[in-house]
Design a protein around this ligand. Structure first.
Ligand code: NZQ
Ligand code: ZN
Length: 386
């Protein structure tokens, strides 16, 4: 196994009706002035906003609001949120939403305590944040695993890049599966694929160990429950399991002992930076295309994936045939979830100049079994645009 440090300090409150208990436990620990940040209004329509505000007020908190965080949150939104936090001298930041709200809050919580731009500190000087305003999370959408993570993806409009910033773990993470019932099925399944992607990008990285066996179980659980929830959105058990699968992905446990891959994610970040494409749907397009290449380099691992995760009976197949069957089953599964498999289905431009520009930026990731060169990235992008 590779050496690792395991530390996940997030207190998770999981289950329907857990928010009152969680707030009773957590609100006495935090200061009086709370910055409540959320997205475009889904929490007002599904009643989560009223519940959160009611509990904050009952605990005597003063609330400063920051609504309107967009999917693929922008650097300018981070700056505006940080400014509001600073001006109001808030003690705590509460993110109520999915990955975009969480990431915007996590980055702003660091920026608010810096005298210079976080881009200068983290991207130019490669420094990790020393401090941040403490934050908490009420999760309303699974998939990103951002709730148990300490990272944040922010779209930099000027540089056309989704930059991954380092922040701090949240103090607490409230996951009530019933809060996700208003998520449209397409969005829900997009999140499910993002979850699967996080596990695959860890599983196919270097350093095979016990974590791979843990991940095989969880990935099989994701595939099984995705099929159940698509068929029956009222299945609360499947909904709950998918949400916990999502959070587990970035809990630190799957990555323990591994050198992660995350090549598809790093290509996606450039595509998203240039086109504002949806994160999980872009990954759905990329994975089979990238894995058709990786499975030739690591057929044993892909054959294992075919059997343990995709449930293929590989008896009588050669290792290479089993590996390819695993990738084909993944692509079939993506179609079964009604997710896109081409850039056209994703709804982004396939303009040659754009693909060339994106390929110019892509870099190989150390944990990936194949070290792609610029021409390989272009070939991958062109295959996605087929
Ligand atoms: O904005 P509102 O009105 O709330 O609507 C949102 C948004 O339109 C809606 N939604 C959320 N909860 C809902 C709901 N609609 C109905 N009912 C609810 N309960 O869903 C839409 C998408 O929300 P968003 O937060 O953008 O989605 P997601 O959670 O997939 O987050 C995507 C972002 O997370 C980043 C991605 O790059 C992307 O920017 N990621 C963050 C990671 C991390 N920090 O560790 C890792 C991931 O790989 C990913 O990169
Ligand atoms: Zn992701």
């Amino acid at each position: 196994m590779n050496n690792f440090v395991f530390n996940n300090p997030v207190r998770v409150y999981f289950g329907e009706g857990m928010m009152q208990y969680a707030m009773d436990m957590e609100l006495p620990r935090i200061g009086k002035r709370v910055l409540l940040a959320y997205g475009g209004g889904s929490i007002k329509r599904n009643g989560v906003y009223d519940k959160v505000v009611g509990m904050l007020k009952a605990a005597g908190k003063e609330i400063v609001e920051f609504p309107g965080i967009t999917p693929n949150p922008r650097y300018t939104e981070v700056q505006a949120l940080a400014k509001l936090a600073r001006e109001n001298k808030v003690d705590f930041m509460l993110a109520v939403g999915g990955g975009s709200v969480i990431d915007c809050v996590r980055t702003a919580a660091v920026q608010a305590l810096l005298d210079e731009d976080i881009w200068t500190v983290e991207v130019e000087r490669h420094e990790l944040p020393k401090e941040a305003i403490p934050m908490g999370i009420v999760l309303t959408l699974g998939g990103t695993g951002s709730d148990m993570n300490w990272l944040a993806g922010i779209n930099d409009e000027e540089r056309h890049e989704k930059v991954t910033y380092a922040g701090k773990h949240a103090e607490f993470d409230i996951i009530d599966p019933s809060f996700t019932k208003s998520v449209p099925m397409g969005q829900l399944l997009t999140g499910v694929f993002d979850t699967l992607s996080h596990f695959m990008e860890t599983y196919f990285g270097k350093g095979d160990c016990v974590s791979d066996e843990v991940m095989e179980s969880i990935m099989a659980n994701v595939v099984r429950n995705a099929r159940i929830i698509k068929e029956n959105p009222e299945n609360d058990k499947a909904r709950s399991e998918l949400l916990w699968d999502s959070s587990l992905a970035f809990s630190g446990i799957p990555a323990a002992g591994k050198m992660t891959d995350f090549q598809c994610h790093s290509i996606e970040h450039w595509i998203s930076g240039y086109t504002d494409a949806n994160h999980g749907r872009t990954l759905a397009v990329l994975h089979p295309v990238v894995y058709r290449r990786l499975c030739e380099a690591e057929p044993e691992k892909f054959a294992r994936f075919a059997e343990k995760v995709m449930g293929i009976d590989t008896e009588g197949m050669t290792v290479n045939e089993a590996a390819r069957a695993g990738v084909q089953a993944l692509e079939d599964f993506i179609r079964e979830l009604d997710l896109p498999t081409t850039f056209e289905e994703l709804g982004i431009s396939t303009d040659d100049e754009l693909l060339q520009t994106i390929a110019d930026h892509c870099l190989p990731n150390g944990g990936c079994r194949v070290q792609f060169a610029r021409d390989d990235f272009l070939a991958i992008l062109k295959e996605c645009a087929r």
